[in-house]
Structure formats: C-alpha cells, structure tokens
Design a protein around this ligand. Structure first.
Ligand SMILES: *[C@@H]1O[C@H](CO)[C@@H](O)[C@H](O)[C@H]1NC(C)=O
Ligand SMILES: *[C@@H]1O[C@H](CO)[C@@H](O)[C@H](O)[C@H]1NC(C)=O
Ligand SMILES: *[C@@H]1O[C@H](CO)[C@@H](O)[C@H](O)[C@H]1NC(C)=O
Length: 468
C-alpha cells in the first residue's frame, strides 16, 4: 500500500512537470499502474456481467421470488370479474390486463372452471380448493335431501353455514392469526370458525355499490397500519357476466363491460403504485367461468322428452333444468328403477323424436365422467343431464325467440375457460403456465402467505409451477 501511494505521488509530481525522476523509474511505475488498472477493469466487467446474468436467470427461470421492500408481511389481493371468458382480453384495448400479464404470470390458454361452470360453485372452489361435491355448493340453487327442513339453498341470500362446507381461504387466514378482508366474494358473508365477516373487513352483498367504491375500500385496507392490514383481500365485481346473459358474449355491450373491468384493475394497480408498494403486492385477477351464445333453436323441451320416453317427469322431481338437468325421483325408488329411467330418456333422446335430442345426455349421477368430480355428494341429484355447448333445456318450448348467452356447460369446453393473471413478488414476469383448474388457487394463496392450508383438491406440483 505504502509503495503504491508513493508511486501515485511520484506520478502526480511528474504530471506537475517535475523532471527529477529517472525515465526508467517512470516507465516502471506506469507499467505497474497500467497493470493494476487493467486488472480492475477486467474484475469489474466480470462482476458486472455475472450480475447481469444472475438478474437474467431470476427472470427467465423464475426460481427466486423478489423480497418485499416496504411491506413486512406478504399481501395477496384476489380480484374476480364474473364471467370474464378467456379471450375477452383481446376484444378491446385492455392496458391494465396487459400490464399485469407483462409484469406477471398468466394461465394459458386460460384457467379451467370446475363443473358445473357457474358462479357460486366456482367462486367457492377458488376459495376452498375443493370441487363442489366437497364444498357443498353444487349449484346456484339446490336442496339437501338429508336436511329435514327441506329448505332450498338460494345463492342470493343464504348465509347459513350448514350449506357451505370446506374451509375458505379467509377462514384459513384468520385461523393463523392473520387478517383477511372480503368485498362481496360469494360465501364470504358466511360465519365459519374464526371468520365472522366482521363489518370493518367484510361487506354484505349490495350490487348497487359502484366498482370504484369497492376498489377504494380495498386500498383503504391496504393503508391500515401493519398490525391491522389484511394479508388477504378478496373482491368481486359482477361485470361482464350480468349483460352477457341477455345479449350474449359477442355483443358490443360486452366490449364495454370488458373496458370497465380493465379500468377497475387499473384503479387498483394505480392506487398501489401511488403508495409505492405495487412491487410488494401479489395481485391475482381471476374469473369464475366463460360464456357462449345461445339461441331459440338450440332448445330441448322436457315435455317432448317425457312424452317420447313414455316416462313421467313430475315437476317436483326436477331440481334444475339448465345448464344442469337435475332430476331427483323419490328416495324410495330403487337404483334399478333409476337406471331404467335414464335408459328410457337416453333412448328417446337418440331416437330423433325429441328436437335436438342428441345434444342432451342423461346419466345416473355415479356414471358421470369421473373427470367432472360431480358425484360425491347427496346434494347432487341422482339423475344428471349434461347439455351440449350453447344448448338449453326448458320445461316447455318458448313461443318467442330466446337468444342470449349461457354458461354451466362441460368445464373443459374452450368457451367456458376463465382467466388467471397474476403479478407480484411471487410471480415470474412474462410467464405462461399451462391451463389449470381453479382448485389450485387456494394452495397458491396459502403458500404465498406462508401458512399451512387444509386438505383440498389442489396439487402441490402445479402450485410450484405457478409461484416461485
Ligand atoms: C331467499 O330468497 C328467497 C326468494 O326471495 C326466499 O324464498 C327465501 O326464503 C330466502 N332465504 C333466506 C335464507 O332468506
Ligand atoms: C346499497 O348501495 C347503494 C349505493 O352505495 C346505497 O345507496 C344503498 O343504501 C345500499 N343498500 C343497502 C341496503 O345498504
Ligand atoms: C377433494 O378433497 C377432499 C378433502 O381433502 C377429499 O375428501 C376428496 O376425496 C378430494 N376429491 C378428489 C376428487 O380428489
């Protein structure tokens, strides 16, 4: 060190025009300095390039999550847009969805709903990680044959915990001593275990509340002091489902609804960015199911079916007509008789005597394709009819046209696909993951929050692919 210092002093002296130093000594010092500088440059460039390489590695292989900068605890915000079919993101400009995709991970092509592809069963599958047969909400409206009261579950207003089985993620979160908050997520008003839907953290359903108000409330939860801030926030908006039922999925009204959904996401992302915490928050946008256009000629009438099959289908047996035909004959009817009814119905449907008959297939519940996981509950009617994409079952054929949109069909149909876009410290940038069923999301959320979830139908291997 001392020698180097001396050399530097000597060099300075030389630059100042002192010529008393021997030329050979100057050359020696110059060579040493050159060597030192060259080594420094090489070392610096090696370290810069390895730095660059490791940054690239994080991005492309996505093995490392980036650490929180401002928040002390992980935060997940789960936003659901009802009926946002995979592909709607290309209907109109969706700058905020594009941003979430660019900064994060998407399910491609889309995310699969559970069967039946309707709102309540799917939102509750997302919340619990369970297929409907195990979480209990098997349709938007149904009866439990083992329930003496003979009451019907009705999605709009029923918060009796007896219907809602399984453990939704907000309950898991509070069971671990963390806070959760919900804004209209189906099932979130139901008191279960330590989750009581406390007014400060849980809103009772009121469809008139503007979307902007919902997002602003979410941001106010984010603003709470660390000890009160929720670790999980789940928020629901009705768009673009509501319109699609009447106008179908391909009308201009739906494009407008998609624009509104994108603006809702934008309000959330901008709000987080203004708070300088966007990088710390795991924002997950999902939907529950897709949509397909339906029209009056695609109808199968139960009256026509009953007559052609020479089989009585009393009104009190019919628990649902469309998109799931659910028939519950009296419990005393033997299994053999059930099979005979199903065989008669299927023969009539195939006979050509029932208009559009070939687009409906009827099953004894236990004989439904296993991939649907739709037989393990008494709440599912013993006879189930699956209707083809875009078709509807009605009791009586309507006189006028009946065009619009529907969902609830086979969950593997492309038109029923939902979306999954997610960005944040636990999601890789610009990554696509193969399409997965929404029962995976429960594990994704509990893993991000670092808590142990309860047994469910998600798979650990997929969770590993979705988060880093
Ligand atoms: C829900 O609303 C339906 C229809 O208005 C009604 O028949 C039912 O009794 C209500 N259920 C509850 C639990 O309030
Ligand atoms: C529902 O929300 C609207 C709009 O915020 C509000 O005016 C109305 O009072 C609310 N209804 C109930 C029953 O809270
Ligand atoms: C779903 O999870 C529940 C709870 O762990 C389990 O009882 C059930 O067998 C699972 N169903 C499937 C299809 O894996």
């Amino acid at each position: 060190m001392k020698n180097d210092g001396g050399a530097v002093t000597d060099l300075k002296n030389e630059r100042q025009g002192r010529t008393s130093i021997k030329a050979s000594y100057t050359i020696y010092v110059g060579a040493v300095l050159f060597l030192v500088l060259a080594v420094a440059v090489v070392l610096l460039s090696v370290s810069l390039s390895s730095c660059h390489k490791s940054a690239m590695r994080v991005d492309s292989r996505s093995t490392v999550s980036h650490s929180l900068k401002i928040l002390k605890q992980p935060l997940v915000i789960l936003l659901s847009a009802d009926g946002f079919r995979w592909g709607y993101q290309w209907k109109v400009a969706t700058p905020n969805i594009d941003r979430l995709k660019r900064d994060g991970t998407e399910a491609y092509p889309g995310m699969l709903p559970v069967y039946p592809s309707i709102t309540f069963p799917n939102h509750y599958s997302i919340a619990t990680g369970l297929y409907p047969a195990w979480h209990g909400i098997i349709l938007n409206s149904f009866r439990d044959p083992t329930d003496a009261s003979r009451k019907t579950f009705f999605m709009k207003n029923d918060t009796n915990p007896k219907w809602w089985l399984g453990e939704p993620m907000w309950e898991t979160v509070v069971n671990h001593g963390l806070k959760a908050a919900t804004y209209f997520w189906p099932g979130s008003e139901v008191a279960k275990g330590k989750w009581t839907c406390p007014p400060a953290y849980c809103h009772r359903y009121n469809e008139s509340v503007p979307f902007a108000t919902r997002i602003d409330t979410v941001l106010s939860w984010v603003d709470l002091p660390e000890a009160q801030r929720p670790s999980l926030i789940a928020v629901y908006i009705e768009d673009p489902d509501a319109e699609a039922h009447t106008v179908g999925p391909d009308s201009p009204e739906i494009s407008d609804a998609v624009t509104r959904v994108d603006a809702v996401l934008g309000r959330l992302l901008d709000g987080l960015e203004r708070r300088k915490i966007l990088q710390d928050v795991n924002v997950i946008m999902v939907s529950d199911h897709g949509f397909v256009g339906t029209c009056d000629t695609k109808i199968i009438s139960l009256d026509e079916l009953s007559a052609a099959a020479n089989t009585k289908l009393p009104a009190e047996w019919i628990e649902s007509v469309t998109p799931v035909l659910a028939i519950r004959p009296p419990a005393r009817l033997a299994a053999k008789k059930l099979k005979r009814i199903v065989a008669a119905l299927n023969a009539a449907l195939a006979s050509g005597k029932v208009a559009n008959g070939k687009f409906l297939k009827v099953f004894v519940r236990e004989e439904l394709p296993a991939r649907l996981h739709y037989s393990g509950s008494d709440r599912i009617s013993p006879i189930i009819g699956m209707v083809a994409e875009g078709y509807k079952v009605v009791v009586k054929r309507p006189s006028g046209p009946d065009c619009g949109g529907a969902h609830g069909y086979d969950n593997t149909l492309a038109s029923m696909r939902a979306v999954f876009f997610a960005a944040g410290p636990r999601f890789a940038r610009g990554k696509q993951v193969e399409a997965f069923v929404n029962v995976e999301i429960y594990n994704v959320v509990t893993q991000i929050l670092g808590i142990k979830g309860v047994a469910n139908n998600g798979t650990r291997s997929l969770t590993k692919k979705i988060i880093r």
